[in-house]
Each structure stands twice: as C-alpha cells, then as structure tokens.
Design a protein around this ligand. Structure first.
Ligand SMILES: *[C@@H]1O[C@H](CO)[C@@H](O)[C@H](O)[C@H]1NC(C)=O
Ligand SMILES: *[C@@H]1O[C@H](CO)[C@@H](O)[C@H](O)[C@H]1NC(C)=O
Ligand SMILES: *[C@@H]1O[C@H](CO)[C@@H](O)[C@H](O)[C@H]1NC(C)=O
Ligand SMILES: *[C@@H]1O[C@H](CO)[C@@H](O)[C@H](O)[C@H]1NC(C)=O
Ligand SMILES: *[C@@H]1O[C@H](CO)[C@@H](O)[C@H](O)[C@H]1NC(C)=O
Ligand SMILES: *[C@@H]1O[C@H](CO)[C@@H](O)[C@H](O)[C@H]1NC(C)=O
Ligand SMILES: *[C@@H]1O[C@H](CO)[C@@H](O)[C@H](O)[C@H]1NC(C)=O
Ligand SMILES: *[C@@H]1O[C@H](CO)[C@@H](O)[C@H](O)[C@H]1NC(C)=O
Ligand SMILES: *[C@@H]1O[C@H](CO)[C@@H](O)[C@H](O)[C@H]1NC(C)=O
Ligand SMILES: *[C@@H]1O[C@H](CO)[C@@H](O)[C@H](O)[C@H]1NC(C)=O
Length: 647
C-alpha cells in the first residue's frame, strides 16, 4: 500500500493525504498539436453504407471475380422481371453491369424496382437529390418515390419526364422533398408505365439518392456522423485505412486513380471486409473530409504487399513507387503538372498540402516483414524524400524503427486489454527523444484476464468499448502525451461500425440508418474530453508519489494551464469506494485562481454504451486555488479528469 504525504493543505478545500503534484512553469516539450486524430477503416459497410451519405445499396451492380455482381437487395415492384446484364454498350467500362427490367406479360399499372437502403432509409422533410441512367425506348414518366416498406404509405415522390433512348444511356436527375416517416423501414423505388416501353425492356444503372450532406458537399458525407466527429475536434485523419489500403489478394488493392472523377468512372474493388466497395468515398472525398473537419491528412500509400502474403519483388515495386509519386503530384502538384492538371480538371485547381505519408500498413505482419525491411520501405522513402523533403515518411510498423532523416520511427498499433494498456503507461518514456512515432491504431478490445497479458485473437472481442477499457486507453494516451515530443498523434481504431453489418467490434462510433440510434462509445467521451483541452507544451511535474493509481500529464497552451488525469485500480492504494484526493499546483498560478474540473465516471468498470444508453456521467465543477496556489479535489476510481485553469 502506498502512503502519500500530506503535502498540500489548501485554505479553501482542505484535503488530507492528497497526492500532491507540482507543475513547473517551463522546461517541457512542445507537442505536435496532433495528439488526437482519427483513423477510418471501412469495416463492412461503415464506408459505403453509412458515413458516405449515399442511401442506395448496390447502386451500380459493381462486382469482381471475388464478389460477383448481384441483384441483392433490389426487389421487383408489381411483377417487373429483374436481371443483371453486361450490355455490349455498357454505361462505362468501369460499370459494365446494369439492371435489366423486362415488362412483358401485360402487367397492370406501373412496374419497377425498389431498394431498402443500408438496412433502412431515413426519410425526413428535407431535400433528397437523386439520379439514374436508363437505356431503352420509353415514352412517359418515371416516378421516383420514398415509401414505407411495412405499409407502402408514400412519403414523397416525383414524376420525371422520360428522355430515354434506345441508342444511348441518358441520365435523369430529380429531387424529392418527402414528409417525415415514422421510422426508417422505408424503400426507394423507380417505377414506370409498361405500356410506354417499346422493345419489352429498359436497362438502368447508377441509381443514386443522397440526403443533404455535411457542408453540402456533392457526393458527400452523412451529416450526423460528421457532426459527431467534429465533436471530437480531431487533428488528423489517417487514410484510406489499414487493411483497406492493402487488399486481400493480387491484383486488388486501393488504387487512388480509380477512386477519383465521376462515379461512372469508378469501378470499385473487392474490399478486405467481405464485399465489393463502391469507391464512391474516394481520394478527393477523403481530402474534402479533412478540409471540412480541419484535419491533417496522413496519407497512406500502397507499399507492394497483399494480405495473402504476396510481396512484390524489388524490381516490380518500382512501378508502384512511381505511382505513389503520381498520387502526391495529383494532390500537391501545380495545375501545370501532369497529375496536378488532372486534379484541376476535376474541379480542384488548388493543391492540397501533404505533410505525412505512411508507407503501407502493418508491414511487420504476415510475410511482409523481410521485404519491407530490406527494400520496400526504403524504395518509397528515398523516392518521396528526394522529391518532397518536407514530408515526414512514416514506416507502417515500429518493428524496425527507422532512423532515416525525414522518416518517423514508425506507426505503433496496440489492441489489447485494459490492464495491459495501463502497464504501457511508460512505454514511450524509453523512446529516443529524436524520434517521432505515430500511434495509428489503439483500442482496448477484450476484458482483463487473471493471468494478465495482452490480446488473444482467438478470444471474442467486445462489440462496444467498455468503461474499464476506456480508462486503460486514457492512461496509455496520457503516457503518450507526457512524451509529446516523440508522439506525432494517436487514433482510436476502428472509427465506425454499422450495427447491421460489421466485421469488427469495438468501434468508436456505432450507427444504423437512423441517426437517432447513433452510439457515442465510452471511449468517444474520453477522447472528446482530452482532445478538447489541448496541451501545446508539456510541463515538468514533481509529485510526492509515483504514477498509479493516478496517472497524469500537465502542461499549458496560449490561454490556460491544463492537468489531465486518469484513475485506474485504486484498490491497491485506496479503499476503492473512496475517491483519491489530489492536489495540483501550477507554478505561476496563484491563490484564488479558478479552474474548471471535468470528471467522467461510469457506474461500473464493465459497462458500455449502446443504442439509447449512455453510462458516462460528465461532471464539471469550479475549483479555486488555495492560498498556496494548489487546486484540491477528489477523483473516483475509474475516472478521467481534466482541470483547466484559464489565464
Ligand atoms: C459482368 O461484369 C462484372 C463486373 O461488374 C464481372 O464481374 C462479370 O464477370 C461480368 N459478367 C460477364 C458475363 O461478363
Ligand atoms: C412472363 O411469364 C412467364 C411465365 O409465367 C415467366 O416465365 C416470365 O418470367 C414472365 N416475364 C416477365 C417479364 O414477367
Ligand atoms: C423492416 O420490416 C421487416 C418486416 O418486419 C423486417 O424484416 C426488416 O428487418 C425491417 N427493416 C428495417 C431496416 O428495420
Ligand atoms: C491506376 O494505376 C494503376 C497503377 O499505376 C494502374 O495499374 C491502373 O491501370 C490505373 N488505372 C486506370 C484506370 O488508369
Ligand atoms: C531496389 O531497387 C532500387 C532501384 O533499382 C535500388 O536502388 C535498390 O538498391 C534496390 N534494393 C535492393 C535491396 O536491392
Ligand atoms: C489491477 O488490480 C488487479 C487486482 O488486484 C490486478 O490483478 C491487476 O494487475 C491490476 N492492474 C494494474 C494495471 O495495476
Ligand atoms: C538519435 O539519438 C540517438 C541517441 O541519442 C543517436 O544515437 C542517433 O544518432 C540519433 N539519430 C538521429 C537521426 O539523429
Ligand atoms: C460483411 O458483408 C458481407 C456482404 O454484404 C456479408 O455477407 C457479411 O455477412 C458481412 N459480415 C458481417 C459480419 O456483417
Ligand atoms: C521532455 O522530454 C524529455 C526527453 O524525453 C523528458 O526527459 C522530459 O521529462 C520531458 N519533459 C516533460 C515535461 O514531459
Ligand atoms: C471504504 O470507504 C467507504 C466510504 O468512505 C467506507 O464507507 C467503507 O467503510 C470503507 N471500507 C473499508 C474496508 O475501509
């Protein structure tokens, strides 16, 4: 049992046996300013089916030998016969497969097809913008409408005069302003009068419907989910994911050049999480996402390794090194450069600025390690560094810490148990000071086990973050922030989970088609608190006891002094139902100064958030410095706290 000295007695709030922490006024380390960021991995429909605002699932019948084109989830309306066709004159070479709708058999009334969305469609009184391509001879109107799947009650629809031709694909555009539907069990349909069709059939493709998007971007993101992210004040986005970048087997990986331009020109690709990706959320959408949320992009480039273990030879990787340079020129080059002019042609003359490039993802795993170490990383590094000396090139692992000038140490990923995160509190203390690591992915994914130790991938993972895991992560993040000079930033991963189809839990934010069901996890609340109080310069602190059960970091920014703390396992030192007394003094902050103390707690360590359930309690109190300038307060076991003293 630890005994803490009685070191501070404040005139205003006298606490005995407090853990006493004194924070100096200078001599700390500058932080990167990017401590809290996000990493987006498209884990089964979290990209295509949700955060990207497209409401229609399987809008363009994209397929591959891995995941063949399918009709699912389209359904026939009023007896129309639906089938897939690869027409000889396809809509585009990227979208060869289309929906063939045969009339025949004298149907009574309008016929067509309907889509249930990504497990529902949120129908509200707002403007929906849609379009579809059709080919065939049809005189009459198409009706695009939104209705209840359960009762067929119509909430809104629009008649669109046909411009269809048998000789070419013709796009039809429309808007719908429906009334509010009582739930999300709705479908979108397109119907037409079979009597107006000559030739017995029509072909359709790229059938799309968007609600209003975040910041009204065309082809943009879902508003409620982006607002949740904005609430985290994220400072970077690692894109386009981890495994998502690599691809499962040759020849499929994330090809930046096939995710840009009109949707008609994006073929999509078999993703790593069990389905074909539309790539509607492509490179430019990622960059807009960064701009809209004020995030620094950390751009990952494909590094010549597939998850099936195939690593390219040194000779064959050179082509992809050039491709990475093309990608950088596309993003950063002047409008006169070859790839910069392509960007300008797509409506983005202003170049973006890329300061961080990560080479691959987790290249220590599988059979990737030796080729990464012996040539793959170096090949990309030297080419990028030569052309863009200001870019920090990040290895995808810390297994072989890079010491090349202009390279980061590497990307540290940690999925583990709460206890293990706490034991890693001082992990980065051992890093040399001249190195900078990215914590590109972290999450507590399994409960503590008696034997201790880290993750066991054979054990089930949590569906949602648990509070004890959240506190473990907080301790780890505070340890990283103490070493702010060596840590570029940290991102919880993965970010999003569509609760109707997901491969991976836990995730930071869960959702369904219904914005009212968004789940901010316990870890979301913790990150939001820490991220909303940025330390620009850490400050040296002394205390009358070591770390544990309270773990802390202190520092300042332009207008405040900040203390961040987390309490984990106070049972060893304190009676667990009694909160830990803490006393913090900042050099230069005098008696009477006032601060705001925000404390997050939950009813029990093994509790989690869920649809409609938030176990996290946020309490903010105003505290004043005693006559010695110390702020005295109590922190409960399993809590995270921030004390901010302005001025
Ligand atoms: C039709 O196109 C898809 C790609 O959308 C492809 O996977 C499929 O093999 C093609 N089918 C035929 C019969 O060519
Ligand atoms: C017409 O009816 C026949 C026989 O029931 C059926 O096989 C065919 O699919 C129908 N065609 C259409 C376009 O509904
Ligand atoms: C809609 O209702 C049907 C029938 O009850 C059900 O099978 C389906 O899962 C529901 N869909 C959504 C998105 O709630
Ligand atoms: C995209 O780039 C890759 C790699 O350079 C290349 O193999 C592929 O053909 C390109 N795709 C298109 C549509 O140009
Ligand atoms: C890989 O190829 C590059 C370009 O030809 C060359 O500079 C480099 O030395 C090679 N690396 C190895 C390990 O052979
Ligand atoms: C927390 O307490 C339990 C029970 O005493 C112990 O097994 C575990 O190692 C402790 N964890 C940490 C990180 O101190
Ligand atoms: C980093 O520091 C270590 C030890 O302090 C030193 O050996 C190494 O050369 C330094 N590396 C660079 C790239 O400055
Ligand atoms: C992932 O998506 C595929 C295709 O939609 C689906 O078959 C699979 O069940 C999904 N996996 C999970 C875990 O939802
Ligand atoms: C600044 O970094 C050095 C070296 O990592 C470390 O010894 C020192 O404690 C850090 N200062 C603070 C205030 O964190
Ligand atoms: C722990 O603290 C609580 C609250 O102060 C007190 O009621 C309880 O008796 C204490 N238990 C022990 C074993 O000291």
């Amino acid at each position: 049992m630890k005994v803490f000295h009685l070191s501070v007695v404040s005139a205003f709030a006298s606490i005995s046996n407090a853990l006493s922490i004194s924070v100096a006024s200078s001599g700390g380390n500058q932080t990167s300013g990017k401590q809290y960021g996000i990493m987006f991995e498209d884990i089964n429909h979290s990209g295509d089916g949700g955060i990207y605002a497209e409401l229609i699932r399987n809008r363009a019948f994209q397929g591959s030998p891995v995941f063949p084109s399918m009709l699912d989830p389209w359904a026939s309306v009023n007896g129309a016969a639906l089938s897939l066709k690869n027409l000889s004159d396809a809509l585009s070479s990227a979208l060869p497969t289309s929906l063939h709708v045969a009339v025949g058999n004298g149907s009574d009334g309008p016929i067509g097809f309907a889509n249930p969305g990504w497990w529902g469609i949120d129908v509200k009184e707002q403007k929906y913008t849609g379009s579809f391509y059709v080919k065939g001879d049809y005189k009459g109107t198409f009706t695009a409408s939104l209705q209840s799947y359960l009762t067929n009650e119509a909430y809104g629809g629009v008649n669109i005069e046909s411009k269809a031709k048998s000789s070419e694909w013709v796009q039809h555009e429309f808007t719908i302003v429906p009334s509010n539907a009582p739930n999300i069990n709705n479908t979108f349909s397109i119907t037409f009068d079979p009597d107006g069709v000559k030739g017995g059939s029509l072909d359709f493709n790229l059938i799309s419907l968007f609600p209003p998007t975040y910041k009204n971007r065309p082809n943009g993101m879902r508003v409620d989910l982006m607002e949740l992210l904005a609430g985290l004040k994220p400072s970077f986005l690692r894109l386009p994911g981890g495994n998502n970048l690599e691809g499962n087997d040759p020849p499929y990986y994330w090809r930046w050049n096939e995710t840009i331009g009109p949707l008609e020109d994006r073929p999509g690709r078999p993703g790593t999480w069990g389905y074909e990706n539309t790539d509607g959320l492509g490179l430019i959408e990622y960059m807009n996402w960064c701009d809209d949320l004020g995030m620094e992009p950390i751009l990952a480039v494909w590094a010549g390794y597939y998850l099936d273990g195939t690593a390219l030879s040194n000779a064959s990787v050179q082509y992809y090194v050039q491709d990475a340079l093309h990608e950088l020129e596309f993003l950063m080059g002047s409008v006169d450069s070859e790839y910069g002019s392509l960007r300008a042609k797509l409506g983005y003359p202003k170049p973006w600025n890329i300061k961080y490039v990560e080479v691959g993802n987790e290249d220590n795993l599988g059979q990737g390690g030796s080729s990464y170490q012996s040539y793959r990383f170096d090949d990309f590094y030297y080419a990028i560094h030569a052309k863009y000396p200001d870019i920090l090139v990040i290895p995808s692992t810390v297994a072989y810490e890079s010491t090349l000038p202009g390279a980061s140490t590497g990307d540290y990923h940690q999925y583990t148990r709460p206890d293990y995160f706490v034991s890693q509190f001082n992990f980065f203390d051992h890093y040399p000071q001249n190195r900078t690591a990215l914590i590109g992915e972290y999450a507590a994914v399994q409960p503590n086990i008696a034997a201790g130790g880290g993750v066991n991938w054979d054990d089930p993972r949590w569906k949602f973050p648990y509070w004890i895991g959240t506190i473990g992560e907080a301790v780890f993040l505070i340890g990283a922030e103490r070493n702010a000079d060596k840590i570029l930033g940290a991102a919880y991963a993965p970010l999003f989970q569509n609760l109707n189809s997901y491969e991976w839990g836990p995730d930071l934010i869960s959702y369904t088609a219904d914005p009212a069901q968004d789940v901010k996890s316990t870890s979301y609340h913790m990150i939001q608190l820490l991220s909303s109080h940025r330390i620009a310069e850490t400050l040296p602190a002394t205390s009358d006891s070591g770390y544990g059960p309270v773990y802390w970091v202190a520092g300042k920014n332009d207008d405040s002094h900040i203390f961040k703390g987390a309490v984990y396992n106070s049972t060893e030192a304190y009676n667990s139902s009694a909160p830990v007394p803490v006393s913090v003094s900042f050099s230069g902050v005098s008696a009477g100064a006032s601060g705001a103390l925000t404390v997050l707690t939950a009813p029990a360590p093994y509790t989690h958030n869920d649809i409609g359930v938030n176990v996290v309690k946020t309490t903010t109190t105003h505290v004043s410095a005693g006559k010695d300038g110390a702020f005295s307060f109590h922190l409960p076991d399993y809590s995270v706290a921030v004390l901010e003293v302005r001025g």
